[in-house]
Design a protein around this ligand. Sequence first.
Ligand SMILES: Nc1ncnc2c1ncn2[C@@H]1O[C@H](COP(=O)(O)OP(=O)(O)OP(=O)(O)O)[C@@H](O)[C@H]1O
Ligand SMILES: [Mg+2]
Length: 423
Amino acid sequence: MPDPSADSLPPAELPKPGDSGLTRLAYLRQVLGASHAPPAGPPLAPALHPAEKALEESQRLLELFFAQSLDGFYFMMLDEPVRWDSSTDKEAVLEWVLEHQRMTRVNEAMAAQYGADPGQLIGLSPAQIFAHDLAHARRVWREFFDTGRVHVETEGRRLDGQPVWIEGDYICLYAPDGRIIGHFGIQRDITARRRHDEEISRSREELRALAARLQSVREDERARISREVHDELGQALTGLRLDLSWLRGRLKDRPELAERVHSAVTRIDGTIDTVRRIATELRPSVLDHLGLLAAVEWQAQEFEKRTGMPVRLELSSAHPALDDARATTVFRILQESLTNVARHAGASHVHIALALGPEVVTLTVADDGRGISDAERTSLRSLGLVGIRERAIACGGECTIEGRAGQGTTVHARIPLGEGETP
Ligand SMILES: Nc1ncnc2c1ncn2[C@@H]1O[C@H](COP(=O)(O)OP(=O)(O)OP(=O)(O)O)[C@@H](O)[C@H]1O
Ligand SMILES: [Mg+2]
């Protein structure tokens, strides 16, 4: 128990398990200040000076903390101090340091991270601990000595060869003349977290790939159905119309029948229009035949006609031919953005800017409506917006959606035209 007498220095407060690494560091710094005390010797005489008592207490707490910490702690000291400044041949020093720095103290938690007893780690050098990846060790050590401290995640090896992911803070120890004498580290085993993160990012990638595949299958299917509806159904109706017109010409003396046939022709005309509209909605042929710029222009006119909202259109092209996947992506983003403007914005103007640059295509759709809120932007139910972003990502690009209350919403997509894969 600490000596409660009034003349003893207050011992540093022992960090609790779960306290941050920084709290522990601060503690360690505090108690390290007293570490020049002689090593624990035989029991001290009862007439101890109060300052010595305080040192003894600090020492004892440090030991306790070191032994009981849930984080791994260790000290690694150099066989000889090294100079590390502009006059140093850093490559040569690094090589020496990797071989001539040794674990001198290790707590149980640290040893457990390597599946070892503390005794098995004592004496090991960085070259031995990082034998599986010396290049990484050199990189980290160089930065470490340059800055005096690092925070890194490293893939280490347990003594049985199994990989272990370690996150740690490492701090250099210096001699009074500025030379480095060693370092100490505080580190945690984060293997489970890394595995978890990797699983999440793998499953996210799988979902992305699946979404991209579904989109491209859907586009192919829409294009096929659109063609069939337009060609097969359109031609059949046109043929029917021609036959009926011919028949009508032969019914001059049967006006009531001629009238019936005329009404059938009119209905067929209406059906042909419907077929064209359905085919165009499925896949605008202008996109395939005249390209993205013409399709965007056409879509803007359609939007104006349908909503009565004026559209300001800004088109520029330095890249005549765009591949089908990217053209479709940009066009579908435009369609979804315009549908949203019509449905949600309450806007009075829309501005569409499409720039086909040599390396990137950018599309901006800005309205002057109520402005999408952050909650709407990030909601998991905003699947239209998720679709916009995913389409852009599937082409190696990105899409941002921004809203300012009362001032409008801007959708900005940026698709690179590199050699990258397209869905
Ligand atoms: N231009 C806009 N101005 C204001 N609010 C918008 C705008 N675009 C989207 N929003 C808001 O964001 C929400 C999500 O849009 P999103 O396109 O994801 O879904 P949706 O249009 O409601 O349904 P759908 O799945 O049919 O597209 C909308 O419900 C609307 O509240
Ligand atoms: Mg929508």
